[in-house]
Write a protein that binds this ligand. Structure first.
Ligand code: FEO
Length: 403
């Protein structure tokens, strides 16, 4: 192996996870900068491992643990989240480390049994308000259902004041540095936003509930230690909590996204003219071609945008498949969009733009104008209509922002 070492987080807490430098896809999300699977070792009278790593990274985790303690001295393992990127090597860890108990939530027990069947004995269920004594510290549990799965919970280590937050407050970012203060704010913002948009957006209301409830739980948090990406310390923990609040609130921003796919560049010409109308009205606008931008990058731009204009050609009596893909993704993630508009070029039947408009209506996106459809290639008059269409969307957003 590579002589992997643990990284000290506090006097009693060590990072013993794995860095997946080369991951480029995580259930449909393009992880352009790889990821980490964070696991944490608490060295107290009861040696406790918080979460594990994706199965192929077991040896890396074991070597990091062995750099500070014999892995067979681990007494407890806590599974904060049953998804396989954190639970994949749990059966092997329980077996080879000879851990006495595995703690998880009630939903965690169901999920782990459905994944690993009889391979995980010694499961003990914990719920919100429960705590276990490790020696000089205790570990308290708070269930965080649906952040990211029904089983999810967070654990709080008293004394060391570490919140082990599993997927929440994480990001997909591989790197040799373990702490947020070792990265630039712009990189952290970009990756935190992308992660939120693709993993947690549909649970925005629950995120706000969690953030509102944290003070009442009397958790004095010095460290936020998620299962992906850097650990937050030295006051930066407040930054990520605030960032999550901003993302979850989804207040419409004064900016627009014009999203399109195109067959013979006619819908593209419409997109450019609609964007021009928005820009001339003072709305900063991104133009996104689904030829060059995949869905996880597109949803990151869409999240928070006050206006979404979406355009498609009609092919075989339908919208383009790429529009179907992004709209399906949006239907699941439920971004709040203040103002929408559908457009597209067509040859004869012309269903595409209408279908995009219907999808927007189903997502409760208000559309101040009927879908704008142009037969074949837009002429100067049609392009002028597109500019006006963009201006109409801009005015609708301005009205909403004033109210
Ligand atoms: Fe990182 Fe929901 O797993």
């Amino acid at each position: 192996m590579a002589n992997f070492q643990a990284v000290k987080v506090t006097e009693k807490v060590w990072w013993v996870g794995a860095v997946d430098w080369h991951l480029r896809e995580f259930h449909g999300y393009r992880t352009s900068r790889g990821t980490t699977y964070n696991a944490f070792l608490v060295l107290d009278e009861k040696v406790t491992l918080i979460d594990t790593v994706k199965a192929p990274f077991f040896e890396e985790m074991r070597e990091r643990i062995a750099s500070v303690i014999d892995p067979e001295k681990i007494d407890y393992i806590v599974s904060n989240h049953a998804e396989m990127d954190h639970s994949g090597c749990l059966p092997r860890a329980m077996r080879e480390f000879k851990a006495e108990k595995l703690f998880c939530s009630m939903q965690g027990e169901k999920a782990l049994k459905a994944h690993f069947h009889d391979a995980l004995p010694s499961l003990e269920i914990v719920k919100t308000g429960d705590a276990i004594t490790l020696g000089s510290n205790s570990l308290a549990f708070v269930e965080t259902k649906m952040l990211h799965w029904p089983d999810s919970m967070v654990s709080y280590l008293t004394g060391e004041k570490v919140l082990f937050s599993q997927d929440a407050f994480g990001m997909h970012l591989a790197g040799s540095e373990r702490f947020a203060d070792e990265y630039s704010d712009s990189l952290l913002y970009e990756e935190a936003k992308k992660y939120f948009a693709n993993i947690l957006l549909l649970q925005s209301a629950k995120i706000i509930d969690l953030l509102n409830n944290l003070p009442g739980l009397n958790l004095d948090i010095d460290f936020v230690a998620p299962d992906h990406g850097p650990i937050w310390r030295n006051g930066d923990q407040a930054k990520i909590l605030q960032l999550y609040r901003e993302f979850a609130e989804q207040k419409p921003e004064k900016r627009a996204v014009v999203l399109f796919d195109t067959m013979w560049h006619s819908t593209e010409a419409m997109a450019n003219a609609i964007a021009e109308g928005l820009i001339q009205s003072g709305i900063p606008t991104d133009i996104i071609s689904l030829h060059s931008c995949e869905r996880s990058e597109a949803i990151t731009k869409i999240m928070g945008a006050g206006v979404l204009a979406a355009g498609t050609p009609t092919i075989n009596n339908n919208m383009y498949p790429s529009l179907g893909d992004i709209l399906t993704y949006m239907r699941g993630l439920k971004p709040k969009i203040a103002v929408g508009g559908a457009f597209g070029s067509f040859g004869w039947s012309g269903e595409g733009a209408k279908q995009v408009a219907e999808a927007m209506t189903q997502m409760n996106i208000e559309q101040p104008a009927a879908p704008l459809a142009v037969k074949y290639v837009p002429n100067a008059e049609a392009l002028a209509q597109c500019v006006e269409f963009g201006k109409t969307l801009a005015e609708a957003l301005k009205n909403k922002l004033q109210n």
